[in-house]
Write a protein that binds this ligand. Structure first.
Ligand code: DHB
Length: 399
């Protein structure tokens, strides 16, 4: 039976959203002695089984391991020192170590979630899964609050000093707090990604990003025996219309070339269409409400910036909250939005650029297709061009 009057929880920071951003913030705050609660609408199993991107910038790995989450990323993660840009049927390897002395780590987002959730549990964190936030109040005051309902229908009110909305692209906190004068910036794309997981050996030592007349393809990995691949498709594509054979021939024709590059195939055990867009909310804060990660901005997946950007927001926000409690000054909190947005717009630019350079819009103007090939040639044929891509891909220094 739903209780008549809600249970009240008093804490310092109320975090809405228990994905990687919310959990990392909770973990960092707890380590600094700042009490907090995390409220997440989905259950642990659902998040664990939601397949997302797999590339961590070195700064993201440092953030996780340096804060004592778990060293599993260092053991199970696969360090990659480059990518292969493929166009006109030819391979163009970029060596990040040589270009910018940096690498990235292939470690799936759901593993990051598992590690963070385990760390919160290990440290006695208050993380409520399967709890739906139903209202947010008083964020313009020093005593904001929100209410949530658990799976049994019982209501709890969280009274805190700071509310963080880390609740993903459909963010309840962004959509249910009136922010006078805010701006939403967005771009829709006329294509989506068809993502698969397959039991097959690696097709290439590095990730392959392929521009082809048939559309974009990305050959990524998960382990020696499981691979992740994507190909550009219509946003309304019906996965049930795609047999394994049809998927393999579509992927293969997008990487075909005179070098005879051949994908290693196997049974496909997951097929999903992933829609995407570019989106930024400005500002990222209002009073005592702060948006972090996808709640405040989303990027198209090309180049895998989404999770890295969310973790970078959390680093900036954690430092601002920590400073607020240790000095009593809200200067850093007030600067959070401007500082976080600097990196957000760099990542927006990079993700938009990679997407437009590598994809083939339906009904594409032939001039624009040739122009994109000219851009790929410009990037790959010069060390400066390669360094520009490599620096962005591996991640700019954290603020
Ligand atoms: C993966 C996803 C990306 O968007 C990307 O750019 C690289 C890798 C992945 O899921 O493995």
């Amino acid at each position: 039976m739903p209780s008549a009057s809600p249970t009240v929880v008093r804490t310092r920071v109320g975090i809405i959203g228990g994905g990687p951003a919310g959990l990392l913030l909770s973990h960092l705050l707890a380590k600094a002695g700042i009490e907090n609660i995390v409220v997440e609408s989905r259950d642990h199993e659902t998040i664990r089984n939601t397949h997302r991107a797999g590339i961590l910038e070195a700064g993201s790995v440092d953030l996780l391991t340096g804060s004592g989450v778990d060293g599993r990323v260092l053991v199970d993660g696969d360090e990659h020192a480059g990518i292969d840009l493929r166009f006109n049927g030819e391979s163009h390897p970029l060596d990040f170590r040589d270009l910018v002395d940096a690498t990235v780590t292939l470690y799936a987002q759901n593993e990051v979630f598992v590690d963070l959730a385990a760390a919160r549990q290990r440290d006695g964190g208050d993380v409520r899964f399967s709890c739906e936030v139903t209202s947010i109040s008083d964020v313009e005051t020093e005593h904001p609050s929100f209410t949530f309902t658990d799976a049994e229908g019982a209501t709890t009110e969280v009274r805190c000093d700071i509310v963080v909305g880390a609740d993903g692209s459909r963010s309840f906190s962004r959509r249910n707090v009136e922010v006078p004068g805010h701006q939403d910036f967005k771009v829709e794309y006329p294509f989506a990604w068809f993502g698969i997981l397959t039991e097959a050996p690696k097709s290439s030592p590095e990730l392959v990003y392929a521009n082809s007349p048939h559309g974009f393809a990305l050959i990524s990995q998960r382990s020696d025996t499981v691979q992740r691949m994507y190909f550009q498709c219509d946003p309304a594509e019906d996965v049930s219309a795609w047999s394994d054979d049809r998927i393999w021939s579509e992927l293969q024709r997008r990487v075909d070339g005179p070098d005879g590059f051949e994908l290693k195939t196997g049974p496909i055990f997951d097929k999903t269409v992933l829609g995407f867009r570019s989106f930024v909310r400005e500002p990222l804060s209002h009073g005592r409400l702060f948006l972090a990660g996808d709640a405040g901005h989303t990027v198209p997946p090309t180049g895998a910036k989404g999770l890295n950007l969310a973790l970078a927001d959390v680093k900036v926000l954690f430092e601002a909250i920590d400073s607020f409690y240790s000095t009593g000054s809200d200067t850093l909190l007030e600067g959070y939005s401007d500082l976080a947005l600097k990196r957000v717009w760099k990542a927006q630019n990079f993700s938009y650029w990679m997407t437009s350079m590598l994809h083939t819009p339906p009904d594409a103007n032939p001039f624009l297709l040739r122009r994109a090939l000219g851009e790929l040639e410009t990037v790959t044929s010069s060390r400066f061009g390669q360094q520009y891509l490599a620096e962005s891909y591996t991640g700019w220094p954290h603020a």
